[in-house]
Design a binder for this molecule. Structure first.
Ligand SMILES: [Cu+2]
Length: 162
């Protein structure tokens, strides 16, 4: 059951292309690793985390490659969990002071706790559906560090048929 495909080098490669550095060479090194295109054209989502909110911009993207750039605008560490679930975003089950991830849905991936002022990126291939982005450091979800996130069918993403 592979619902998410990690594409770890994508952001790095994009940065290398943008700056024209020799990092570019490293992008072609993987055996059979695709690195020049983002599935579905690719979407970019800026996520701002702080006390006590989480705000994705945009909050809805077409299915395919999605790069999250999560910025911690707060004064304490936050993390970002991406959960696929049909539960209401404000009604995830709680156990031991935090969201019970196993009972809440399918955790697609996460950015582990990162420091105030930092930005972390995560690139995934996402299927259509209802998702929740949240911080699962104890107590943070309950205080509002979450947002619903929607992945729509990819029909209009790629600019038509060939
Ligand atoms: Cu947090």
């Amino acid at each position: 059951m592979l619902s998410a495909l990690r594409i770890p080098n994508l952001a790095l490669c994009a940065a290398a292309v943008a700056t024209g550095t020799v990092l570019l060479a490293a992008c072609g090194g993987g055996g059979g690793e695709r690195n020049t295109s983002t599935p579905g054209g690719g979407s970019h989502v800026n996520v701002t985390l702080k006390e006590w909110s989480l705000t994705p911009d945009p909050a809805s993207v077409p299915a395919g490659g999605v790069t999250f750039a999560a910025t911690n605008d707060g004064s304490v560490e936050h993390e970002m969990v991406l959960l696929k679930t049909d539960l209401a975003a404000d009604a995830l089950p709680i156990a031991g002071g935090a969201v019970d991830e196993g009972a809440a849905g399918d955790v697609i991936d996460e950015i582990p706790a990162f420091a105030s002022g930092a930005t972390q990126t995560l690139t995934l291939a996402l299927e259509p559906g209802a998702y929740v982005l949240f911080c699962n450091i104890s107590g943070h979800y309950q205080q509002g560090v979450w947002s619903a996130f929607t992945v729509t069918a990819a029909a209009s993403a790629g600019g038509g048929y060939y």
